[in-house]
Write a protein that binds this ligand. Structure first.
Ligand code: NAD
Length: 490
């Protein structure tokens, strides 16, 4: 059966081309378990064609040689086209990966568009070329030039968000790009491909070739690639970082997390529970910044844990396309199995299951669903507190005092995000300064595209967003100009 989401071509060098092989990806609905679309599965030969096109466009094409304002104009056109397709983008993402449509309408589709807007503003103010007084007298020009051909590798959980966090700054800097979407979520990238063509991105500049790990690794190793921008698991990030290290390729890695929400004794319970219903289990728990460890003083542990169990346990689980749904299915059967296996591990480790557990949520006969789960009495050394589960599973952990809470928050291989909940903003800021993570929130959490986002420790290398994120797609060049010519304006 053909569906309206089927495609038969690949975007190679900003043009539709026939793939080199007949292999197809079947995109399966995590809700119905039916095939919703078939698209070509990219091969190593397709990646080679894409890198050749990107190399040619970078080495000889107009894109890197344009003035930044000319590129900004193209990206601004893309932004306007994107804004008109948000609803369609949200539906496609919910269809392919099972994200609740409420989350897709709130974040999966509009956040990438807000990011395009933020990056175009940053690019307008970016110091592409500046002249400084040299330390030895005379002048030095510092240029920020495009880093070259970029390999962009996103995961499936926030597919457009993680594609555009690489494609947009790369475009603005004058890079050419080969994107390899995850095989679970190729469909949103087809919509993006249509928009890139419509916006007038020149020939050769962007390719999109969906495929699995081997194809991804072929792209990473490709000698025609100058920089790899990766978002995904820490395990894959280590491997990609090692390859880039060996080849001296530029590399940025946005990896996993195990973020802690520290609840201080003066925190308002309703605010905490409402906060965790979003931040703890957003995108059905499949979020790198999810606050999956909730740290509470020993005195308030049971009260907060029970309120959380009540709040999380009553969330609506079901069809991702139903606007009432708060928790959708996991992206794949293997992810459902993985989350359930962690719930079982939590039980065996002696954590107290307050709500959820393994087994199907009531009334859902098909689909890769798991029950929203809260464990209490968790010790931070347990595997459920140390390892990224990537599902709707929260661990409540008791602390003795604020120093102990900070110690527990920092006792993690990861360092991506975190929050503190308190009636005293200054006390919250004091905690924020002591937790070793790349982003933090006081009584809230968000990614602000004006500010850098990324991880300490095993959560990554490099930053996305803000001028710092744009800078990751540039190389610095210093041009020594000597003394200004006599009579020249300074
Ligand atoms: P994954 O690492 O399995 O795959 C991510 C992408 O990399 C996919 O496109 C995959 O095909 C590709 N890939 C995997 N191994 C590769 C290799 N050796 N060489 C080249 N490409 C390879 O991760 P996933 O399961 O798709 O995504 C979930 C993970 O992503 C979680 O750990 C989550 O925390 C992380 N994530 C991090 C952020 C962040 O910004 N820090 C954002 C979203 C997701």
């Amino acid at each position: 059966m053909n569906t309206s989401l089927d495609r038969n071509a690949l975007l190679i060098g900003t043009q539709w081309r026939r793939p080199e092989t007949d292999a197809m990806i079947e995109v399966i609905s995590p809700h119905s378990e039916d095939v919703v679309a078939r698209v070509p599965e990219g091969s190593a030969a397709d990646i080679d064609s894409a890198v050749i096109a990107a190399r040619e466009a970078f080495d000889r094409g107009p894109w890197p040689r344009m003035a930044p304002d000319e590129r900004i104009e193209v990206v601004a056109r893309l932004s306007a086209l994107y804004a008109a397709r948000l609803e369609e983008m949200a539906t496609v993402i919910s269809t392919e990966m099972g994200s609740p449509i409420s989350f897709s309408n709130l974040a999966q589709a509009p956040a990438p568009w807000m990011m395009i807007e933020a990056f175009t503003k940053i690019a307008r103010e970016f110091p592409w070329e500046e002249t400084r007084a040299g330390a030895l007298g005379g002048e030095v020009m510092v240029r920020r030039e495009a880093v070259g051909v970029v390999a962009a590798i996103p995961p499936w959980n926030v597919p457009q968000f993680t594609v555009l966090s690489k494609v947009i700054p790369a475009l603005l800097a004058g890079c050419t790009i080969v994107v390899k979407p995850a095989p679970e979520t190729p469909l949103d990238s087809y919509l993006l491909a249509d928009l890139l063509i419509e916006a007038g991105v020149p020939e050769g500049v962007v390719s999109i070739v969906a495929g699995g790990r081997e194809v991804g690794e072929h792209l990473v190793r490709h000698p025609g690639v100058d920089k790899v921008a990766f978002t995904g698991s820490t395990e894959a990030g280590r491997k990609i970082g090692a390859i880039c290290g060996e080849q001296l390729k530029r590399c940025s890695l946005e990896l996993g997390g195990k973020s802690a929400a520290i609840v201080l004794d003066d925190a308002d319970l309703t605010t905490v529970v409402e906060g965790m219903k979003f931040l703890g289990v957003m995108n059905s728990g499949q979020a790198c910044v999810a606050q999956t460890r909730v740290l509470v003083s020993r005195e308030r542990h049971d009260e907060v844990a029970e309120a959380l169990a009540e709040g999380i346990g009553s969330m609506v689980v079901g069809d991702p396309l139903d606007p009432a749904t708060e928790i959708g299915p996991m992206v794949a059967r293997r992810q459902q199995e993985r989350v359930n296996s962690y719930i079982e591990i939590g039980r065996q480790e002696g954590a107290r299951l307050l709500t959820g557990g393994t087994g199907r949520p009531d009334g859902l006969e098909s689909g890769w669903y798991v029950r929203p789960t809260v464990f209490a009495g968790v010790d931070n050394s347990m595997r459920i507190a140390q390892e990224e589960i990537f599902g709707p599973v929260l661990s409540v952990i008791a602390y003795d005092d604020v120093d102990d809470a900070v110690r527990i928050a920092n006792d993690s291989d990861y360092g991506l995000a975190g929050t503190v909940w308190t009636g005293d903003r200054d006390a919250g800021l004091g905690v924020a300064r002591r937790v070793r993570t790349g982003t933090y929130g006081v009584n809230t959490y968000t990614m602000d595209f004006a500010a850098p986002f990324g991880g300490f420790k095993a959560s990554g290398v490099g930053r996305e967003f803000g001028p710092e994120g744009l800078a990751q797609y540039t190389e610095l060049k210093s041009v020594y100009l000597g003394e200004p010519a006599p009579g020249a304006d300074s």
